[in-house]
Ligand binder design. Structure first.
Ligand code: NCD
Ligand code: ZN
Length: 345
């Protein structure tokens, strides 16, 4: 087979993205708008986006930062122990809320107002199921006795499977999956369940966290896993199954909060997201599967129209900048100072 050096795809969607707020938001939105037509915007701000009114204001802020583009933010709400059926009714009425996000309390960045007991949100989940509003889950248990590398597997077994039984018609996305266990479960579960996969979990295993010393820019949640899990993710992403689609989980944190005695979790990949995914698919000889994963499956799951227009990726080596700006601070992108093998034209 001759080598493929250029591919054209329908404009893709990022179905899991953090853009923060204020000056940081202004810095990162252009990167995503250049790569993607739409993105599912995570609600984990310091003051979580938990009502339709807050989502409306947040959406306006994003739209004004993307003013010279046609980028479309797809808004989500943050579920708390107090999210009621009434909140869901208002979310539906707003017309802009595409999903609600479940952060188990303490699981990750700004999750302290998250849900402590899944039963607390059963009335909200009931209303979401009735109104066809998907539930997005950060699929990790937070109990201190569970090993950090097992958090996702235990979540699937103890939280997700019972949830699927109790809400058989609720659409659920298991976000940023990292394990063969999650791949196996999603593949065998009813079609109401799908999963997003990040570029960094396709490209790196847990050795990357300790490569030549401790590497804070390779720390994210769920944490990178061993190579066998990475291979299972590659297989799922390149399988053509509509149950797996693109979600970068690009999560910008200022340099000083990453390079710290207690560094924040999250990698910044919005700058070169499609290049990173193209490299992962290319290495698996599956570039022909990238369009389904990046541009079709997510839209189908959310019931959105396919995007108009296309992007062109070319095989071309280029150097990732050492730093980017995050408002007045510095942002270190994944692979800073290193090379990408593909380039978005
Ligand atoms: C995310 C963030 O910083 O908001 N961090 C991360 O490591 N992925 C939160 C999240 O998605 O867990
Ligand atoms: Zn995330």
């Amino acid at each position: 087979m001759s080598q493929i050096d250029s591919i054209i795809l329908t404009r893709p969607d990022d179905m899991h993205l953090h853009v923060r707020e204020g000056v940081a938001l202004k810095s990162v939105i252009p990167d995503t708008a250049r790569q993607f037509a739409r993105a599912i915007i995570m609600p984990n701000l310091t003051n979580p986006v938990s009502t339709a009114k807050m989502a409306q204001e947040y959406r306006d802020e994003i739209l004004s930062a993307a003013a010279d583009t046609d980028f479309e933010p797809l808004m989500t709400l943050y579920l708390t122990d107090n999210t009621s059926a009434e909140t869901i009714k208002e979310a539906v009425a707003s017309g802009i809320i595409k999903a609600l996000k479940l952060y188990p309390a303490g699981a990750t960045t700004n999750s302290d107002k998250g849900v402590t007991q899944i039963k607390n949100i059963y009335p909200a989940l009931e209303a979401m199921q009735k109104n066809d509003l998907p539930l997005l889950v950060h699929g990790e248990v937070t109990a201190p006795e569970i090993d950090i590398f097992d958090r996702e597997k235990v979540f699937v077994e103890t939280v997700l499977i019972p949830l699927m039984v109790d809400f058989p018609e609720l659409k659920i996305v298991l976000e940023h999956i990292t394990t063969a266990d999650a791949v196996d479960y999603v593949s065998s579960a009813p079609a109401t369940l799908a999963a997003t996969i990040t570029a960094h979990h396709l490209l790196m295993n847990r050795n990357a966290i300790f490569q030549g010393g401790i590497r804070p820019h390779h720390y994210c949640l769920p944490i990178l896993k061993r190579e066998t899990h990475r291979q299972a993710l590659i297989k799922a992403a390149t399988s053509g199954s509509p149950r797996f689609f693109l979600g970068t989980d690009s999560a910008p944190h200022a340099q000083n909060t990453k390079e710290s005695a207690c560094g924040c979790a999250g990698m910044y990949t919005a700058y070169h997201a499609m290049e990173l995914y193209a490299e992962a698919f290319d290495k698996a000889n599956a570039l022909d599967m990238l369009e389904g994963f990046a541009s079709d499956h997510g839209a189908e799951f959310y019931g959105l129209p396919y995007n108009k227009g296309s992007i062109n990726l070319q095989r071309k080596r280029w150097q990732v900048p050492d730093t980017l700006a995050l408002g007045d601070e510095k942002l270190i992108p994944l692979r800073a100072g290193e090379y990408c093998e593909w380039q978005l034209l």
